[in-house]
Design a binder for this molecule. Structure first.
Ligand code: PA5
Length: 443
């Protein structure tokens, strides 16, 4: 299996190779903390060896459940938010036909819910499902998150109304904590098929657990290859034979120390849009604490060159970019020649669309570097399960290394509780009486 490649030659106008190299001891110490469990947040390191300790028994079991759902459902709704949603969405989008939603495909359509509280979204989803054979994968580590709980209550009721309680239960799979949370007790009472999210695997690091693997398998993709790709990156990065993740972590920290406070993850393939969303959660929740941390943003090029391109080229010089470039496309499209050439495009006739895309990418990198935006470059051989597995693990391990270099606990997220406390107080949730009183006084 080819490996993804990281190049940092386009950062040296801002940080020297020596400045990046100076962080190598800190990166090595961070890897040691991840492996030995001696750093902050060490009760959440279950993801570190997750790819190599995922058994073929678990993969076979997930594939069997997926097969059953593919046979019995025209639509499967994956309910979850944050880490219980973004990884599966990212991989499914990256591997799917762009127009799969409009085509009659072999397996079920995968839709998502519980990732927002949009009333119209939920209404329209319920309407869409009215005449469909559908199933539900409900995912929540805590089992108490409000957004997915609302979506599940609505869709469970709809499924039970369509099929009766017993048959509906056979179309629902729950992925949650082994013992705790409302979803666990509900699943036990209703007799749902369940998978466990290990205590020591945090939400944003859970895509390679059943959280991501089941929806990806239901979508028809090869989860064995995905995990194998991740396992190859685990072995390479933790054993030190390939320091690509450490190099990325060192470089972004050197850039941060040089005043580059915002990292923009750039893709040139529309199928990677949700990969950017997954990456934003991974790095934003892991590093944004103690009033520190690089702000993670993402753009889809060349689309966003026509909207954000001006800011990136000429705006405040506090940014750097990390470009994910996909070397090989699955299909070939040649630009045809035209006798009249009224559109003036004959100069690229005979070329592949991807060649034009690659020149847009190269031209942009050069322009941005010239404009004072350092560029880290990641080359992924292709959009394939094994390479995506590599990329996922690469970003996860680099995130752990980077968070430790920054001297934060990369594995907690205390900040996300603040809005929840206020929302519960405003909705007068039992147990929040004092907060309700306090917040009402502020309105
Ligand atoms: O990274 C995290 O832990 C969070 O963003 C969670 O993924 C998100 O809040 C969903 O939590 P849960 O799976 O408990 O419903």
């Amino acid at each position: 299996m080819e490996k993804l490649q990281v190049k940092i030659n386009n950062v040296t106008a801002t940080v020297s190779e020596a400045a990046v190299e100076a962080l190598a001891p800190a990166a090595a110490a961070s890897i040691e903390k991840l492996v030995k469990g001696t750093g902050a947040g060490n009760d959440f390191l279950g993801w570190v060896n997750l790819p190599t300790r995922t058994t073929s028994t678990l993969i076979d079991d997930i594939n069997a459940t997926a097969r059953r759902m593919r046979e019995t459902c025209d639509v499967v709704i994956a309910i979850g938010i944050g880490g219980s949603y973004l990884g599966a969405k990212a991989v499914i989008e990256a591997l799917s036909d762009s127009f799969a939603a409009y085509k009659k495909t072999e397996g079920p359509q995968i839709l998502f819910a519980g990732q927002n509280i949009g009333e119209d979204y939920l209404y329209e989803l319920q309407e869409y499902l009215r005449d469909k054979r559908f199933g539900i994968i409900v995912i929540s580590k805590s089992g108490t998150t409000t957004e997915p709980a609302i979506a599940f209550r609505l869709l469970k009721a709809q499924l039970e109304e369509q099929l009766g309680r017993e048959e509906a239960s056979a179309r629902i799979v729950a992925i949650t904590d082994a013992h705790r949370g409302a979803l666990r007790s509900l699943a036990t009472t209703e007799g749902y098929k369940t998978y466990v999210i290990d205590d020591n695997v945090g939400g944003r690091f859970s895509v390679l657990s059943p959280v991501g693997l089941l929806p990806i398998a239901v979508a028809g993709f090869d989860i064995k290859a995905l995990v194998a790709g991740a396992a190859s990156m685990e072995e390479a990065t933790l054993n030190g034979s390939d320091n690509a993740a450490a190099l990325y972590a060192q470089t972004r920290n050197a850039l941060y120390q040089a005043g580059k406070k915002i990292e923009i993850l750039v893709n040139y393939n529309p199928k990677l849009h949700y990969f950017g969303e997954w990456w934003k959660q991974l790095y934003g929740e892991s590093e944004g604490k103690d009033h520190k941390g690089i702000f993670p943003a993402a753009v889809d090029n060349s689309t966003d060159l026509h909207s954000m391109g001006q800011w990136i080229q000429d705006g405040e010089r506090t940014i750097f970019e990390t470009v994910i470039s996909v070397a090989n496309q699955a299909h070939e499209v040649i630009i045809p020649s035209d006798t009249d050439n009224l559109d003036g495009l004959n100069y690229i006739a005979g070329k592949r669309v991807d060649e034009v895309n690659k020149m847009a990418e190269l031209g942009t990198v050069i322009a941005h570097v010239d404009g004072g935006v350092p560029n880290i470059h990641i080359t992924l051989p292709a959009l394939r399960e094994d390479y995506l597995g590599q990329l996922i693990y690469f970003f996860e391990v680099a995130c752990g290394i980077s968070g430790y270099i920054l001297d934060v606990n990369p594995f907690n997220q205390p900040g996300v509780e603040a809005y929840k406390r206020n929302m519960f107080a405003l909705l007068a949730k039992p147990g929040y009486e004092k907060e309700t009183e306090a917040i009402k006084a502020r309105l």
